[in-house]
Design a protein around this ligand. Structure first.
Ligand code: NAD
Ligand code: ZN
Length: 386
């Protein structure tokens, strides 16, 4: 089968690899129809997240048709059309028991995180060996552990592009608005007009927020979002000072500030000191800007990915302003049934971020374009047959 593999920083190749097989009675093997490149894949692409090995198969946003199932699988059958969750959760451990699926206690066999975090979080598809070293879904086939829990059955009449992002970015964007308790009467500022930030703006509007402001320096992304989401306000931080611009529209600062950017855009990550396999970034400049801009007593919801330690965090302002900071990898399975219903009902449309559909063989160019922000790229979907 064809698989999109990591060969080193900025080196992506499409290789022939053996088809995965069922290795546990709870597994399914899925024939992938559509898969996407996520902003989280860019941390791997750039080599800024630790724990990748040459030849690792990438991809944690994917969907397709169930090919085979293990003898213990009950909820899905061969031929079912399914979307996978990016985090691999068993559904039965203590963390899964209270809905913290991204913190599943047993699906990540790597002990590397324990040193710095005191715990291991869930295994992830195609996301380095610190999260279990599972093969990813940017391939023709993929093995899905705990298939009963980590696959959602999707109706035939909804095209792939409408439901694919339940696997990650639609669920993540919604999760950000859950963390921020976004609703009527709230003002929301979102840092990052990538796919996650744009869908967080969409989710905020759907939840009835009073004002939604999207911040980036990529004017084409801001313009795209403003066209798709009437009423959205935008700030280009390359042209305006964010705090001053926000003050004009929400005096005193937004109630909710969403971080949808991530650590590799923070300054000076290049000389990150490795603490075994986890890293230390030099600044928390983006998070500090959220702390600086948020209204007193407001909430910061961080879904942008951070890895390891960060110095220079403005704990003083955070404490004095009485802010709340919530963060996390998304417990996808907690939201996806509700979000599927909203997509079916036409309330949510995740396709607004898609700018490119390409055959899976074009993955190397697709990664480059998404990372370099050329060709008007916001979100790329890769198709296994096109
Ligand atoms: P992306 O890289 O396409 O988008 C990030 C955007 O942030 C870019 O448009 C970039 O120009 C912008 N940006 C850079 N510096 C900025 C700054 N100082 N202020 C405002 N904007 C700035 O990625 P994406 O797919 O939209 O993902 C966004 C983040 O969400 C990534 O860190 C990704 O890893 C993370 N993520 C987290 C989860 C989760 O479960 N928590 C899931 C999916 C993605
Ligand atoms: Zn992702």
């Amino acid at each position: 089968m064809r698989a999109v593999c990591w060969e080193g920083p900025r080196k992506i190749v499409v290789e022939e690899r053996p088809r995965p097989m069922i290795t546990d009675p709870h597994d399914a093997v899925v024939r992938v129809t559509s898969t996407a490149i996520c902003g989280s894949d860019l941390h791997l692409y750039l080599g800024s997240a630790p724990g990748m090995q040459k030849g690792d198969i990438l991809g944690h946003e994917f969907m397709g048709i169930v090919e085979t199932v293990g003898p213990e699988v009950r909820n899905v059958r061969p031929g079912d059309r399914v979307v996978a969750s990016f985090d691999i959760a068993c559904g039965g451990c203590r963390s899964c028991g209270h809905g913290a699926f991204s913190s599943c206690d047993i699906t990540n066999p790597s002990k590397d995180q324990e040193m710095l975090y005191g715990a291991r979080t869930a295994g992830l598809f195609g996301y380095a060996h610190v999260t279990g070293g599972y093969e990813g879904g940017q391939a023709d086939y993929v093995r899905v552990p705990f298939a009963d829990h980590d696959l959602i059955h999707v109706p035939e009449d909804l095209p792939d592009n409408k439901v694919l992002f339940l696997s990650d970015i639609m669920s993540t964007a919604w999760f950000a608005t859950e963390l921020g308790e976004v609703g009527p009467g709230k003002t929301v500022a979102i840092w990052g007009a990538g796919p996650v930030g744009i869908l967080a703006a969409h989710s905020s509007q759907v939840r009835g927020a009073d004002k939604v402001i999207l911040i980036d320096n990529q004017q084409y992304r801001l313009d795209h979002a403003a066209t798709k989401l009437p009423g959205l306000l935008t700030i280009n931080f390359g042209k305006e000072k964010v705090k001053e611009a926000l003050e004009q529209v929400v005096p005193g600062g937004p109630d909710v500030c969403i971080e949808a950017v991530g650590f590799h855009y923070c300054k000076s990550t290049a000389h990150a000191a490795m603490v075994k396999t986890l890293m230390e970034t030099d600044t928390a400049d983006i998070l500090n800007e959220l702390i600086y801009c948020c209204r007193k007593g407001g909430t910061i919801a961080c879904v942008g990915v951070y890895v390891g330690l960060t110095n220079g965090f403005n704990i003083g302002a955070f404490m004095e302003k009485g802010l709340t900071l919530k963060a996390g990898q998304t417990p996808v399975q907690k939201f996806w049934h509700k979000l599927l219903d909203m997509i079916k009902g036409g309330k949510l449309d995740p396709t607004i971020v898609i700018t490119h559909e390409l055959p899976v063989e074009d993955a190397p160019q697709a990664y480059k374009m998404f990372n370099d922000k050329t060709d008007g790229c916001i979100k790329v979907v890769l198709k296994t047959s096109m």
